[in-house]
Design a protein around this ligand. Structure first.
Ligand code: M6R
Length: 610
């Protein structure tokens, strides 16, 4: 989604803004731009339809210099991804503004402003905001007051950065529903959509809260809350260093992130296991007493995080015997649902900024529930601030749009949750010890599976000319198959769907021919024989099978059947283990197809609009 960077400093801020935009690229975008106030108090702007590197080139050709500036990467929502719609937007050469979010009442405001004589140069919802600031400045020439007057008119979500030629050393930022952080330098301040953008210039950050407006000058920062009262917000010192977001020698962030999973899982488990037991207080101080009372669990998430929820539901019902219902956040929001007594709501999100998941958390607070828990990878995110209990996955920054290590570490956290709840519902200490051992074995086992990369790369060649693929799984492996299909479609653009293998003959079998690869995970569990029958149905129709199976599964490669046998002894960790080859398969297919792996077309890392 859109990314914002801004700065007020004594030095030229354009390199800081350009570097910041580069570091926000992972969020997904289609155009970029920056506006700088130069020493003559004039606004200068460069915008491109395309990548930050093109913006850099244009900037090199005709550099902009100045101590105050704002910059933006745009992910189109209202209006095409073209030059005229790129930010910053400027009103009458006086006010420049960048915006992340959606202004829902933009049509109404546009009509009013058109009647008042404003002309629009873009199709965006954002332009009404810059016009509104300009209009307010005509009555009171104070940028802060003008921003207050503007946000009163705006409905929807926004993070804003605004500068004004009449107050050249001032930047006003506002946040409602879309993330925004302030970076604190020495005699300089910055704003950005996330901390990564600013790590080369500072480690100190203030996370604005919803409704906050920040009045930023070189040597002074004042923050106002939603009631326009001055507030103090805590300063956080980030432990991330500027290199946390580099590729460490890998060709793509996604590859780096796939291969960092043994380490990420180990980090995720650190301090969470003690003496063979799960440390429930890692979910929050009063987590233990809440877990004692849980009678039902509702998990809400989107995309890959939703798949993690589906796997956790199987674990929860089997291990803890607690009913669990999993919902897609955007669906949950718009249906009438019933909350069972003593329900624990669990929200899963890598970013903690996904608009639908956040809205679902808000909605859950209106219902009578036992408590809310966020499972999240970003410590100071909106989700972690809003939930009663918080579990941080500690996967480290995930930059590739396709979620990999965030997913496997979410599963680790969810398994810890299941054990913590099950303990109050009949799970014995001996059983818990066994589960803890399984968890502790994970980093090494994931590492072993990564060693199959060459075989998987060879398998991937068969997919490069395909347009469709089916993924099959049964039981807890259905969401694994769903995750495999999502990975393949989002980075290779091959249409891929997952089905419960038993459903095949109820429809999808009609699609099977020699042009439709069928991928299945075949662990040696109680469903293996059933799965094998399903696979024979595919073979009989000339379908080509690509199987990931346990060494003990007794499925062999043959004409039309390509088997990679992994050392994936079946236990509760198997869904995590079997996800790894599917991530690698998607990755290698996308590499062969020459796709933009880390920033797939039309997608964003952080989906901050509904
Ligand atoms: O940050 P979140 O986990 O809330 O994001 C949810 C989805 O947008 C995300 O998982 C998406 O599906 C990924 N691109 C999948 O790889």
């Amino acid at each position: 989604m859109c990314g914002i960077v801004g700065a007020v400093a004594q030095r030229d801020v354009s390199p800081i803004l350009l570097e910041g935009l580069k570091r926000l690229e992972y969020r997904g975008y289609d155009s970029a731009g920056l506006a700088i106030l130069n020493e003559n108090k004039k606004l200068q702007r460069i915008r491109v339809q395309g990548k930050v590197n093109e913006l850099r080139r244009e900037h090199q050709a005709s550099p902009l210099k100045g101590g105050t500036g704002i910059a933006h990467t745009r992910w189109a929502t209202h209006g095409k991804p073209n030059l005229i719609n790129a930010h910053p937007h400027i009103c009458r050469d006086q006010v420049a503004l960048v915006h992340n979010g959606i202004i829902e009442n933009h049509e109404e405001l546009r009509a009013k402003q058109t009647a008042a004589g404003f002309q629009f140069s873009s199709e965006t919802d954002t332009e009404v905001a810059v016009n509104a600031v300009y209009e307010a400045l005509q009555t009171s020439p104070d940028l802060l007051k003008a921003v207050f007057a503007t946000i009163k008119q705006l409905e929807g979500a926004y993070a804003l950065g605004v500068i004004n030629t009449e107050e050249p050393e001032r930047l006003v930022a506002a946040r409602k529903g879309s993330p925004l952080v302030i970076g604190i330098g020495i005699g300089e301040y910055f704003i950005a959509s996330d901390v990564f953008a600013l790590l080369p210039v500072t480690q100190k950050f203030i996370f604005l809260e919803d409704g906050d407006v920040a009045d930023i000058k070189r040597d002074k920062l004042v923050i106002y809350d939603a009631n326009q009262e001055i507030v103090e917000r805590p300063i956080n010192v980030s432990e991330l260093n500027a290199d946390a977001a580099d590729k460490a020698g890998y060709r793509h962030y996604m590859m780096k992130e796939i291969f960092s999973q043994p380490n990420a899982i180990a980090e995720s488990l650190e301090n969470r296991i003690d003496d063979g037991k799960v440390v429930a207080s890692e979910f929050g101080q009063n987590a233990e007493s809440i877990f004692k009372q849980v009678k039902a669990v509702k998990i809400i998430a989107c995309g890959t995080s939703y798949h993690a929820g589906l796997i956790a539901a199987t674990w929860l019902e089997e291990i803890a015997q607690i009913p669990c219902h999993v919902e897609i956040a955007s669906e949950y929001l718009y249906r009438k649902s019933v909350v069972a007594e003593d329900t624990l709501f669990v929200f899963i999100s890598q970013s903690g900024e996904t608009a639908d998941t956040l809205a679902a958390l808000q909605l859950s607070k209106e219902k009578k529930s036992l408590s809310t828990l966020a499972i999240c990878n970003v410590a100071e995110s909106s989700l972690t601030r809003e939930a009663d209990l918080v579990y941080l996955t500690h996967a480290g920054p995930e930059i590739g749009v396709a979620s990999t290590k965030a997913f496997t570490t979410q599963l680790v956290g969810l398994f810890l949750l299941v054990v913590s709840i099950a303990r109050h519902n009949g799970l014995s200490l001996e059983e818990e010890n066994v589960f803890v051992k399984e968890l502790e074995s994970l980093p090494g086992r994931v590492n072993q599976i990564l060693q199959y990369k060459d075989e998987i790369e060879t398998m991937a060649k068969d997919f490069s000319d395909k347009h469709h693929a089916l993924f099959l799984g049964r039981g807890v492996f259905l969401p694994v198959a769903m995750e495999g299909a999502l990975k393949l479609k989002e980075i290779s653009y091959i249409h891929a769907e997952a089905y419960a293998a038993g459903e095949l003959k109820h429809g999808p079998l009609a699609l099977v021919d020699d042009d439709m690869p069928v991928v299945a995970v075949a662990p040696n569990n109680n469903l293996l024989d059933k799965l094998k029958s399903n696979l024979r149905e595919v073979q009989a129709r000339g379908g080509k099978l690509y199987l990931f199976a346990d060494k003990s599964s007794q499925v062999e490669s043959s004409e039309g059947v390509y088997v990679i046998k992994i050392n994936g002894v079946y236990d509760f960790m198997a869904p995590i283990l079997y996800t790894i080859p599917l991530q690698l398969l998607a990755y290698y297919v996308a590499v062969i197809k020459g796709a933009d792996i880390d920033q797939p077309r039309n997608l964003a890392k952080c989906v901050t609009v509904e």
